[in-house]
Design a protein around this ligand. Structure first.
Ligand SMILES: [Zn+2]
Length: 649
């Protein structure tokens, strides 16, 4: 913590009276992943003449994998960067090796394996992802000292890597007997989407809520640790307000009662497409659907011409972690109307679901799987079970909160798989998740897991062992979400461009583009990566041929676009385009016991549909041509949704 005089002089109240900085400043932040404490960031800021010298040691261990980042930042007294370095990892699969040396009005930037001399935009800051938090803290101080500019350009990063900062005012956090006064800031653009950071009266970082590797990441100063959940709730409240703002700016183009006329209807049942079809939507449901000749459009109902376009059922993502509100417009923009969340901050995801269901915020239908792991240093999340009583307690907590499912994680023991499954089934819930350590996928299915996340089958399709496993899964009606787009994204040869398999790459925001460009597998070439992927695709096809339900899930990946990629990969595996679409619609709905309401375009079902500019049965890549997304009968303009969260449509 800063040893400073600032608070004595009332800087606390007015913010602009600055005491001279003390000679040295230390900070220790406790780092958390999905609220579990996993490590520390320790930083020092020393003074060297007029310059400040920050050094940060950022270190955590997540599920057994160590992540370590060393960073330095030298600035002028007014926090203008002079020299920035960061080396190590900022997440398990994100490598960082950056050096930015400022000389006058330009800088030599080494990052992403290349060196360039760039003219410095004004104002600018040097920051490379969410870590270290101390660099974001100095960026906030810079912003305050430089008249709170509307936008700050950041390097390293591609042009357009703009950061927006906003103060959301002052508040107090109570810790035992003391009250700590804080100012809350929203930063948008260091990572994709908004983060919340708090500074105290000395401008020391008190807490930060962000994401790493797509999952919730929380940093809290050591002495404020007990306020972790309060910080999460405060950030959640802010984010819902932000999403409600986006919702007001991107209202539905149409709702209520209307008829879409003249398009091709791929109803998702497997029947042939209807040419020149009509869909009548009434109060959020499909009132009628069929060829123009056989559907009567009631008098006075507005018609929407969609000639030349193709309508498919709303898509599903069966494996995601909606850890930020920006996912809501992205999913609708991509034509995804239902998602299953596979593990999140409890407070955030339940509040977001309430806001969407209550109609205050736009977003996909959220189905929730509650994460449960065995205890220990390598555990994931903060809900554990190592005894039948604990299993009952955690399952009960999720059930009471309206979760549809339980998600079992790797450290759950075989007897606990049985206990959790039995309790979940007793309460009418289903069970999905990872195959726990020390079990095989067929054992997990026999022990009671209804569904399995990821393609946890070794060996080659067609081998006796794989055939035997598939037989067990078939017998138990086990549902598989094989997350092949995720395997492709992380398994691609490091350094190879992601645009080679993800055509949407140029449209994603710069922080995500850099993040995924720096992900990938080192030491292999693209041919090897593809060979590995194809082994998985052959097993996915074998599962499908055997009648094991395959549901489309991404584990997030490239927001929205990975859903399309997952569907494309099923066609590469040998599914017909119709079968691939069904994996992301009716098969998913059936797996969640919602096929009576969702999953196809049929009379009486909820009006969740996607209007595409081109027919995906002719070419599966056409699933990317989303023009309008309809959820509960509300018609949203897809390009506007993408733009609302800094994607190119
Ligand atoms: Zn996941």
């Amino acid at each position: 913590m800063r040893i400073a005089l600032a608070s004595i002089f009332g800087a606390a109240l007015f913010g602009f009276v600055r005491a001279p900085p003390a000679s040295v400043e230390h900070g220790t932040l406790r780092l958390h992943y999905v609220q579990k404490p996993i490590g520390y960031e320790r930083y020092d800021i020393g003074h060297d003449g007029d310059a400040l010298q920050l050094s940060s040691d950022f270190d955590f261990t997540d599920r057994g994998g160590n992540v370590h980042l060393n960073a330095t930042l030298r600035t002028r007294a007014d926090y203008t960067p002079v020299h920035f370095t960061a080396k190590g990892k900022s997440y398990r699969f994100v490598n960082v090796d950056s050096d930015v040396a400022v000389e006058g009005t330009s800088a030599t930037v080494r990052a992403d394996g290349a060196t360039a001399n760039v003219m410095l935009p004004a104002p600018f800051y040097t920051v490379d992802g969410y870590a270290p938090f101390a660099a974001q803290m100095l960026m906030l101080r810079y912003w305050k000292q430089h008249g709170q500019p509307r936008v700050i350009r950041t390097i390293p990063g591609s042009p357009g890597n703009d950061v927006f900062i906003e103060s959301r005012g002052r508040e107090a956090i109570r810790i035992a007997t003391k009250t700590v006064r804080l100012e809350r800031f929203v930063i948008d653009g260091v990572v994709w989407g908004r983060e919340t950071l708090w500074l105290d009266d000395d401008e020391s970082l008190a807490a930060a809520i962000t994401r790493a590797g797509g999952l919730s990441f929380e940093a809290v100063r050591e002495d404020l640790e007990s306020a972790l959940v309060a910080f999460v709730q405060r950030a959640t409240f802010d984010r819902l307000g932000d999403l409600e703002g986006i919702t007001r700016l991107t209202p539905p183009l149409k709702k209520g009662t209307y008829a879409m006329v003249g398009g091709t209807i791929v109803d998702g049942t497997g029947r042939a497409a209807i040419a020149d079809g009509v869909i009548v939507v009434k109060d959020g449901r499909i009132a009628d659907v069929g060829p123009r000749a056989s559907v009567v459009i009631p008098d006075g109902v507005a018609t929407v011409p969609i000639t030349g376009k193709t309508v498919i059922p709303g898509l599903w993502d069966m494996h995601t972690h909606v850890t930020q509100v920006e996912w809501a417009p992205v999913y609708l923009g991509a034509g995804v109307t239902t998602v299953r969340d596979m593990g999140n901050e409890f407070e955030f995801i339940t509040a977001l679901r309430k806001d969407i269901n209550g109609g205050r915020a736009l977003g996909p239908r959220l189905l929730l799987a509650g994460l449960i792991d065995g205890p220990g240093p390598n555990a994931f999340g903060v809900y554990y079970a190592s005894t039948p009583d604990e299993a009952k307690q955690v399952v009960g907590k999720y059930h009471d909160a309206g979760f549809e499912q339980i998600k079992i994680y790797s450290l759950i023991t075989p007897p606990m798989v049985e206990a959790i499954s039995a309790e979940a089934h007793r309460l009418g819930m289903t069970v999905t998740g990872h195959v726990p350590n020390g079990m095989t996928i067929d054992q997990a299915a026999i022990a009671g897991m209804d569904q399995i996340a990821h393609l946890a089958i070794r060996g080659e399709a067609g081998s006796d062992d794989v055939n035997r496993i598939i037989g067990v899964l078939k017998e138990h009606k086990t549902v598989i979400d094989p997350t092949q787009s995720w395997n492709e994204l992380l398994g691609h040869a490091a350094g190879a461009p992601i645009a080679a398999f993800q055509p949407a790459a140029p449209k994603i925001p710069p922080p995500l583009f850099r993040l995924f460009s720096n992900a990938g597998t080192a030491g292999i070439d693209s041919a090897t990566a593809r060979t590995r992927l194809e082994r998985g695709l052959r097993i996915v096809k074998a599962l499908h041929d055997a009648g094991v339900p395959v549901v489309a899930g991404t584990d997030e990946g490239i927001p929205g676009h990975s859903v399309h990629r997952e569907i494309e990969l099923y066609v590469e595996a040998g599914f017909t385009p119709m079968e691939a679409l069904q994996a992301a619609t009716i098969v998913s709905a059936r797996a969640m016991k919602l096929d009576g309401e969702l999953g196809t375009i049929e009379k009486g079902k909820r009006a969740d549909m996607v209007v595409l500019n081109a027919n995906p049965l002719e070419k599966i890549q056409n699933v990317r041509t989303v023009r309008w997304t309809i959820k509960d009968g509300k018609v949203y303009d897809a390009p506007a949704l993408w733009r609302s969260v800094r994607f190119q449509p």
